[in-house]
Design a protein around this ligand. Structure first.
Ligand code: ZN
Length: 280
C-alpha cells in the first residue's frame, strides 16, 4: 500500500519504483561501517538496498511527479551487480496505483543521474519518447550542461536517452535557479551531491514537506556530516543540510529521502545542537 501525506491542499503519495543494491561504503562515505550498519543492513557483498523513491503531488487541478526511478534499460551485468532481478518501470508502477501516465502534468527531475530520471522515457521501436506524454518536465539548465560534459568522475551516471529525446520533443524545460514551479511547489538548488541538484518543497495551509533527494539519500543521513562518497562537494552538502535541517526542525517540516527503502516521510528534530529523526 502506498503511503500518503496530506500537506494543506496537497496530497503526496510515496511510490517506490523498485530498488537497487549498492555498496554501503559508497552510500556513507567516510562513516565507518560499525556506525552505518546500525541503520542499514548489508548483504554478503557489502551492498545495501537503495529504494528508487518517487512521489506524486496532487492538488485539485494538478498532478506532479517527482523523479522517475531507474528505468528498465540495464544490461544483465549491471542488473546482477545491483541485485535488480526485476527493474521497475515507474510509469507502470504508477498506473497500478491509479496514476495513469497521461494524467501527469509536470515531472520534476531533481537531477539527471540515471536513478532519478531513468523512467523519463520509454522505447518505442528504436526511439525513446516521453513516458508521461502530457507532462512538462523540468530540470536545472546547469545540470543538463554538466551531464553533457561527460566528465570522468560521473559520466557513468548520465545517460542521454533519459533526457536528450525530451529536449528534442519539447517536453523538457530548463530552469535557471530557484523557482516556484507551481503555486506552493518550490524548487531550490541545494549544492553538495552535485552543483545543481534541487530539493522540492511543498508548502500549503501552514504545513511543509521537503523532498531532500540525494542531499540526504537515507534517513540516517540526518547527521549533516554523514555524506555519501558520491558527493562532488561534501563540504557544501554539510552546509546545505545544516541550513535546511535547521528550518525543517524549527518549522516542523515533513521530509523524504532519495533512496531510503523503508522511510517514506519523517520529521527532523534538533536537540542539543544535533539533528535526528523524530519518532513517528
Ligand atoms: Zn540517487
Amino acid at each position: 500500500m502506498a503511503s500518503v501525506l496530506e500537506i494543506g491542499e496537497f496530497r503526496i503519495t510515496a511510490v517506490r519504483a523498485g530498488s537497487y543494491w549498492w555498496d554501503g561504503g559508497a552510500m556513507f562515505g567516510v562513516v565507518p561501517k560499525t556506525l552505518w550498519l546500525k541503520h542499514q543492513s548489508s548483504d554478503d557483498l557489502n551492498r545495501i538496498e537503495a529504494g528508487l523513491n518517487c512521489f506524486v503531488v496532487e492538488s485539485d487541478n494538478q498532478r506532479v511527479l517527482i523523479e522517475t526511478g531507474g528505468g528498465i534499460r540495464h544490461d544483465q551485468r549491471s542488473l546482477d551487480r545491483m541485485r535488480m532481478s526485476q527493474p521497475v518501470d515507474a510509469a507502470a508502477a504508477l498506473a497500478n496505483l491509479g496514476f495513469e501516465s497521461d494524467s501527469i502534468d509536470l515531472v520534476i527531475n531533481t537531477h539527471l543521474h540515471w536513478d532519478h530520471c531513468g523512467g523519463n522515457t520509454v522505447d518505442v521501436g528504436d526511439t525513446a519518447v516521453a513516458a508521461f506524454p502530457q507532462a512538462r518536465y523540468v530540470v536545472q539548465r546547469a545540470e543538463l550542461e554538466h551531464a553533457r560534459e561527460q566528465l570522468p568522475r560521473d559520466a557513468v551516471s548520465y545517460r542521454a536517452p533519459n533526457y536528450e529525446p525530451l529536449l528534442e520533443s519539447g517536453h523538457l524545460h530548463l530552469l535557471d535557479g530557484d523557482v516556484e514551479v507551481l503555486p506552493g511547489i518550490h524548487l531550490r538548488v541545494a549544492p553538495g551531491h552535485n552543483r545543481d541538484m534541487m530539493v522540492v518543497r511543498v508548502h500549503s495551509g501552514g504545513q511543509t514537506w521537503c523532498h531532500l533527494a540525494d542531499l540526504a539519500p537515507y534517513a540516517a543521513h540526518v547527521t549533516p556530516t554523514w555524506v555519501a562518497a558520491f558527493d562532488l562537494f561534501p563540504l557544501e552538502t554539510i552546509r546545505s543540510k545544516n541550513e535546511l535541517f535547521a528550518r525543517a526542525a524549527s518549522e516542523g517540516w515533513w521530509c523524504s529521502f532519495g533512496h531510503d527503502p523503508k522511510v517514506d516521510f519523517a520529521r527532523i528534530q534538533s536537540q542539543a545542537g544535533k539533528f535526528s529523526i523524530a519518532e513517528a
